[in-house]
Design a protein around this ligand. Structure first.
Ligand code: NAD
Ligand code: WQD
Length: 349
């Protein structure tokens, strides 16, 4: 199959490309405008897989560019994995129009092309943010969604709706929304990982950059939650496990295993882990002591969310390979690679 990966230079997209190249015969092409990534991601993918991926530097919000510079040139595309989106929750509150414009227009333009050029399979990157502050944990795919507080989260909820409505109208079309929990870690080689532009917000890059002296403080946001140690609980899932789920999802769609032509899966580890447990896992695998501070809750954070992943483990035949310590060890290996490499200079504050 010929697969278009949008956002192929990004964190999850690049790991998914690696998995596709290593485990399938599919041909992969990428579209990424590098708004949150760097072209040298493809050098790293090549170093790991020995294969060069062709990327089109196209902004998905331009329907004309997408049609003429990509679809008319590349010929038939069997499947699309649509990662490309802006993803910073806080930034989306400050710049809502930019988020709605980028994330929704990008999706809509892709679906217009899927219609016009007859793409059969479509996978959409959604998020556990659609569950909001769910009453019962773990959350299943039947847990009611809530209107997310942030414009970013809302683009995921609306994105799912747009895709499911579209799926009802196109014959022989198979689509999935995959709801990721907290993707963390790096490729096992330590040669590819998360490289956020500017100061990271997410816990794991904050930890590894703090341990390397790139940033000066590591604050635990909230110690008065009703959890086993007072800090909030999330479901951290290794990015390579997330990546592999996409390869299985392509197979699932290709075999038309779903009873309907649109479905939703949770991609989480099934384990709820506290912030302090993440920090201790890092200290254990790195041998470094983290001199962290205890601070107040972060606005907008939920106390606890973790996945019931049984639908994905059974339906997609998804076997998770990695735990939280593997994730922290690989993230640390990647950070050490960045410390030595020039890529690090671009993000060092
Ligand atoms: P990322 O920022 O690393 O990758 C996204 C890529 O898309 C970037 O390389 C960016 O340059 C590209 N892009 C963005 N807008 C584009 C546009 N208009 N045209 C072309 N390229 C564009 O993000 P990620 O962590 O790899 O996330 C991938 C997807 O998964 C996103 O849709 C995100 O919302 C979703 N998601 C991520 C997380 C997470 O914590 N990382 C959790 C849940 C869902
Ligand atoms: C994890 C925990 C923080 C940084 C976000 C998005 C969500 C999804 C995944 C895309 C929280 C705590 C963090 C720090 C800390 N993304 N923390 N100190 O907020 O669960 O989810 O990414 O869809 O939509 O909201 O992830 O990594 O920011 O935080 O104590 O310096 O770590 O309070 O409890 P979050 P995170």
């Amino acid at each position: 199959m010929k697969i278009l990966v949008t956002g192929g230079a990004g964190y999850i997209g690049s790991h998914t490309i690696i998995d596709i190249l290593e485990n399938t015969d599919h041909e992969v092409v990428s579209i990424d405008n590098f708004s949150n990534s760097d072209p040298n991601t493809f050098d790293r993918v090549e170093a790991i897989t020995g294969k060069r991926v062709k990327n089109y530097n196209i902004d998905l919000t331009s329907y004309n560019s997408l049609k003429t510079e990509f679809f008319l040139k590349e010929g038939h595309i069997d499947g699309v994995i649509h990662f490309a989106a802006l993803k910073a929750v806080g930034e989306s509150v400050a710049k809502p129009v930019m988020y709605y414009q980028n994330n929704l227009n990008g999706l809509i333009n892709l679906l217009k092309c899927a219609q016009k050029f007859d793409v059969d399979s479509f996978i959409f990157s959604s998020s556990c943010t659609v569950y909001g502050n769910a009453e019962h944990q773990p959350v299943t795919e039947l847990t009611p969604t809530q209107i997310p507080e942030s414009p970013y989260g809302y683009t995921k909820l609306v994105g799912e709706k747009i895709l499911s409505d579209f799926a009802k109208t196109k014959k022989d079309f198979q689509a999935l929304s995959l709801r990721y929990f907290n993707p963390v870690g790096a490729h096992i080689s330590g040669l590819n990982g998360e490289l956020p532009k500017g100061r990271p917000n997410n816990l794991v890059p904050v930890v590894t950059q703090f341990a390397s002296g790139w940033i000066n403080d590591l604050v635990v946001h909230g110690t008065d939650y009703e959890t086993r140690d007072g800090t909030s609980i999330r479901d951290y899932i290794h990015v390579s496990d997330i990546a592999h789920a996409h390869v299985l999802a392509l197979e699932f769609l290709n075999k038309s295993e779903s009873e309907t032509n649109y479905d939703v899966f949770n991609l989480g580890s099934g384990n709820g882990v506290t912030v302090l447990e993440v920090l201790h896992a890092f200290e254990k695998v790195s041998g470094r002591k983290l001199d962290y501070l205890l601070g107040p809750r972060r606005e907008g954070d939920v106390e606890m969310i973790f996945a019931d992943n049984s639908k994905a483990t059974k339906g997609l035949k998804w076997d998770l390979q990695y735990g939280i310590e593997d994730a922290m060890a690989s993230a640390w290996k990647w950070q050490q690679f960045l410390n030595k490499s020039k890529s690090g200079d671009k993000v060092r504050l």
